[in-house]
Design a protein around this ligand. Structure first.
Ligand code: HEM
Length: 519
C-alpha cells in the first residue's frame, strides 16, 4: 500500500487498522454473533453516546469564526478614559472571535422561523484570556429577577402533559409579570422574527461596567449593529412561507454567505452612563426590561466584527461551545443588575453538566493565551493546566517550591461601596408600561398592524382572565394599543362563533347525510 493510501486507512480509536467494516463476526455467515466483536462494540457504543444534553434554552444554533477590530477610541474620546481592557485600546488591533447565534425556546432541529428572541453570543479570544458577550437580538428582556427565569422558561416551553406548544401558558405567565409587556411588544411585532442570523442586531441586554486604570467605573450597554448586510425582519406570513420549505433557513444562509465570501459584519457600539442610580430617569439603568433612549445616550462605536470562517465540525465547535456572562477580562466588570448576577452562576453550572467538568479544555472554549491553574483531574481531563516551569508536584498555591504565583494587579481595583439592608424586594422604579407605549408608538404602521394581528392570534385561545389582564397592560402602555387588541379579540370571538355554528351545521348535515347512506 502506498503512503497516501495508508494515511486514508480506517482505524478504530485504539489505532488498529480495520479491514472489514461491513460484517460483524459470526459463527458461519448466518450467525449467531460472538461477544468479543471489539470493533462492532466500540463503534456502536460510541454511537449510542453521540448526543450530549441539549442546551436547556437556546438549543438550536449556528456559529462562525472571525475577528474583532478595535477603533482605539469610543466616539471621539480615547477609550482608556473609560476602560483599560486591552482589546479595545489600539486602532486596528484584531482579536479572534467565535459567534454562536440561536433561537431560544424550541429544541434542537426546530424550525428557525419561529417567533422567538435570537441569541447572539460572542467569544473574544483576547490576549488577557477570553471575554464572552452573551447577548440577544432584542435589546431588552422579559423579566428583571433571575428567580423568575426557570418559571418563565417552563411557561414558554411545551406543555409537560401534551408536549404541545401552548400560547395560553406563555400569556398566563406574562399577564402575571407586567414587566414583560415591553418585551412582548417587540416579540409579537416583526422584530420577533429576524429574517436570518446575518441581518439582525445584537445586544448585551444587561448593564455592565467599564473600569479604567484608576479603578473608576461607568455603566455600559453593548450593541451589535449590522453593517453592509443590513437588517431585515419577517411578517408572520413570510415566515410561514419559508418554514413550509426550509426549517434551517438561517443556518443555511449564514453558512452559504460565508462560503461565498460575503462575510457579515457588525459594528460594536456602547452606551455609557455614570455609575450611579440616576434618579432623574423614570427607570432604573440596571433594569434589563428598559431601553436607554439612543437620542439621550448615543451609540458610540468602538470596533467592528467580521465573520469569515465556517466551523470545520458543527458538534466540536458549535454544539460544545460554552459562553457565560462571568467570562470577563480586566477592564470589564459586572454591574449590580440582578438578572446579570443570576445569569452568571447559571452558565458555567449548566456547562459542567452539559459538556463536562473540563469543558474549558476543549479547543473551542480554551483561551488562546497560556493557561496555568492548580485545577486537576475530573472527567475527560485532556491536559494538565500547568506552566512550563511549574514544579509538577506543586498543584497548590501559595508555595515556596516552584508553584504558580499570583499576578501583579494590572490597575487599581474598582471597589464600589455598599450600605443597605439585606432584603427581598423589587426595584423601586419599575415603570412597567411607559417604554412599551413608546415602542408601540415608534413602530411603523405595518409593524403595529402585524403586532396586533399576532397578539390577537395568540391570545384568542386564552382564558378571558388572561385576555382581560393583557388588554389592561396594553392599555396602560398606550390606550390605542389596548383598544386595538380588545377589538381584535372581540372580532375573533365573533368569527369563531360563526365557525362554531358553521361546523355545527356541517356536522348536522353530515349526520343527516350519513343517515341516508345505504351501504
Ligand atoms: C443560554 C440561563 C437570561 C442569552 C443559556 C443557558 C442557560 C441560560 C442555562 C444554556 C447555556 C449552555 O447550555 O451553554 C439564563 C438565565 C437567565 C438568562 C438563568 C436569566 C436569569 C438571558 C438573557 C440573555 C441570554 C437576558 C440575553 C442577553 C443567552 C444566549 C444563550 C443562552 C445567547 C446561548 C449561548 C450559546 O449560544 O451557547 N442561558 N439566561 N440569556 N442565554 Fe441565557
Amino acid at each position: 500500500m502506498d503512503k497516501e493510501n495508508q494515511e486514508m486507512t480506517l482505524t478504530n480509536r485504539q489505532g488498529h487498522p480495520i479491514s472489514d467494516n461491513q460484517n460483524i463476526r459470526t459463527i458461519g455467515n448466518r450467525g449467531p454473533s460472538t461477544l468479543e466483536n471489539y470493533h462492532y462494540i466500540e463503534k456502536i457504543s460510541h454511537f449510542d453516546r453521540e448526543r450530549i444534553p441539549e442546551r436547556v434554552v437556546h438549543a438550536r444554533g449556528a456559529g462562525a469564526h472571525g475577528y474583532f477590530e478595535a477603533y482605539g477610541k469610543v466616539g471621539n474620546e480615547p477609550i482608556s478614559t473609560y476602560t483599560r481592557a486591552k482589546l479595545f485600546q489600539e486602532a486596528g488591533k484584531q482579536t479572534p472571535v467565535f459567534v454562536r447565534f440561536s433561537t431560544v425556546v424550541h429544541g434542537n432541529y426546530s424550525p428557525e422561523t419561529f417567533r422567538d428572541p435570537r441569541g447572539f453570543a460572542t467569544k473574544f479570544y483576547t490576549e488577557d484570556g477570553n471575554w464572552d458577550l452573551v447577548g440577544n437580538n432584542l435589546k431588552i428582556f422579559f423579566i428583571r429577577d433571575p428567580l423568575k427565569f426557570p418559571d418563565m422558561v417552563h411557561a414558554f416551553k411545551p406543555d409537560p402533559v401534551t408536549n404541545l406548544q401552548n400560547p395560553e401558558k406563555m400569556f398566563d405567565f406574562v399577564s402575571n409579570s407586567p414587566e414583560a409587556t415591553h418585551m412582548i411588544t417587540f416579540l409579537f411585532s416583526p422584530w420577533g422574527i429576524p429574517a436570518n442570523y446575518r441581518q439582525m442586531q445584537g445586544s448585551g441586554v444587561n448593564t455592565y461596567k467599564w473600569v479604567n486604570q484608576d479603578g473608576q467605573a461607568v455603566l455600559v450597554k453593548y450593541h451589535w449593529e449590522p453593517l453592509k448586510q443590513g437588517m431585515k425582519n419577517l411578517t408572520q406570513k413570510e415566515a410561514e412561507g419559508i418554514q413550509g420549505k426550509n426549517v434551517s433557513h438561517a443556518t443555511q444562509d449564514l453558512y452559504e454567505a460565508i462560503e461565498r465570501g460575503y462575510y457579515p459584519e457588525w459594528e460594536l457600539c456602547v452606551q455609557i452612563l455614570s455609575d450611579d442610580e440616576h434618579p432623574e430617569l423614570d427607570f432604573d439603568p440596571l433594569d434589563p426590561t428598559k431601553l436607554w433612549d439612543h437620542e439621550q445616550f448615543p451609540f458610540l462605536p468602538v470596533g467592528k466584527m467580521v465573520l469569515n470562517k465556517n466551523p470545520e465540525n458543527y458538534f466540536a465547535e458549535v454544539e460544545q461551545a460554552a459562553f457565560g456572562t462571568g467570562v470577563l477580562v480586566d477592564g470589564l466588570d459586572f454591574s449590580d443588575d440582578k438578572l446579570l448576577q443570576g445569569r452568571t452562576f447559571s452558565y458555567s453550572d449548566t456547562q459542567r453538566y452539559r459538556v463536562g467538568t473540563n469543558y474549558l479544555q476543549l479547543p473551542i472554549n480554551a483561551p488562546k493565551t497560556r493557561v496555568a491553574t492548580n485545577q486537576r483531574d475530573g472527567q475527560m481531563a485532556i491536559m494538565v493546566d500547568q506552566a512550563p516551569g511549574q514544579n509538577p508536584h506543586v498543584n497548590y498555591e501559595p508555595s515556596s517550591l516552584g508553584g504558580l504565583q499570583e499576578a501583579a494587579p494590572s490597575g487599581k481595583e474598582h471597589q464600589p461601596m455598599y450600605n443597605d439592608k439585606l432584603v427581598r424586594e423589587k426595584i423601586s422604579r419599575t415603570n412597567d408600561f411607559g417604554q412599551a407605549g413608546d415602542t408601540y408608538r415608534k413602530f411603523e404602521d405595518w409593524e403595529r398592524d402585524e403586532l396586533i394581528a399576532n397578539l390577537v392570534d395568540a391570545l384568542k385561545i386564552c382564558k378571558p382572565i388572561i385576555q382581560r389582564t393583557m388588554i389592561e397592560h396594553f392599555t396602560k402602555a398606550d390606550p390605542d394599543y389596548g383598544r386595538r387588541v380588545s377589538e381584535g379579540l372581540a372580532q375573533a370571538n365573533v368569527d369563531s362563533a360563526h365557525i362554531g355554528s358553521d361546523s355545527e351545521r356541517d356536522g348536522a348535515e353530515m349526520a343527516e347525510n350519513s343517515g341516508k347512506r345505504t351501504d
